[in-house]
Ligand binder design. Sequence first.
Ligand SMILES: [Zn+2]
Length: 362
Amino acid sequence: MEPWPANTLGLDYVAAARALGPAPVRMIDVHTHIHGREAAKIYARVRELYGVERTYTMTQISMAAEVREVLGESVRFITMPWFRGNDPEHQHRGGYLEVIERFHGEFGARMMKLWAAPALREFLPSGAVDVADIDSAWRREHARLAVSLGMMIMVHVADPDTWFAARYHHGATYGTKAHQYVGLRRMLDEFPVPWIAAHMGGWSEDLGFLDRLLTAHPNLHLDTSATKWVVRGLSGHEPSEVRDFFTRHKGRILFGTDLVTMDDQLSLAKTGMSRMADLANSPEQAFELYCSRHWTLRTLFETGYDGPSAIADPDLAMIDPARYTAMSAPRLRGCALPADVLRALYHDTAANLVDRWWAEHA
Ligand SMILES: [Zn+2]
């Protein structure tokens, strides 16, 4: 395959998976967005190839049944607001309460996602002042309902440092990056169920901050999802620092890819479902797209590789368009985690925390 943004190195991802060898343990991916009957079948092949046996997914509720038909008992659903209707103002407020109830009853969801990204303010014409902050009135309503239904909570808080530098310069509109965590800390205390803060808690660029956050809040956990961001953020540190961080917080960090699959990625015909549809245009490209997240994260955690990432990162050109193109990839520095830390990251922490939570709240 010619190099393209999901394979800048021109890898044969089947051979590359074999070269990595089997993961030290069967893996659990706690953070994906699986959609599409055909895309889910391609995902199932990729998952098997790279060693994942259970998948937690945030799927649009109208598409959850077909994903369950393809992946069966190996898939579990985390609630997610409805993003496709014509009334987003309602869907992110009272409408989400209805979706949480349905995910609980129809799909057995025992985890609720709060998407508190600053960009929600752009998404809703109202500016979303009553819902955007993680501790806003509507978020508390969502959390109260979820906890009453026996759910733990996943949260997207903040965004990459690059976005706060280049996109969110309006501190008055979006708040600073540090501001995002004031409300999170309140919510962690007020809703003392287990929480998973996605994307390395939103601050892979600052491990010292995450150290303090994890120490102060024993009910907080992190996932490694958002492959491009996490590779860029973690590779910015010395590999020994990353190794120390994952070792110190063994039992608090879970493996996740943030892989987004949909049938729109299998051809050039798009339904307008999501901008993620443009990430691939054929079954072959979709296969490589899904492999790229797994190969890159496993290379980061398991090896001492030091070289370009396999995935192009548009944030590089967003920050410095003179230097980077759409095909530029950041440096990836593998941190070669010890075997016991890998086993915890890939399987044991998710089994002890999330699988057990599901079982205890069945
Ligand atoms: Zn996600």
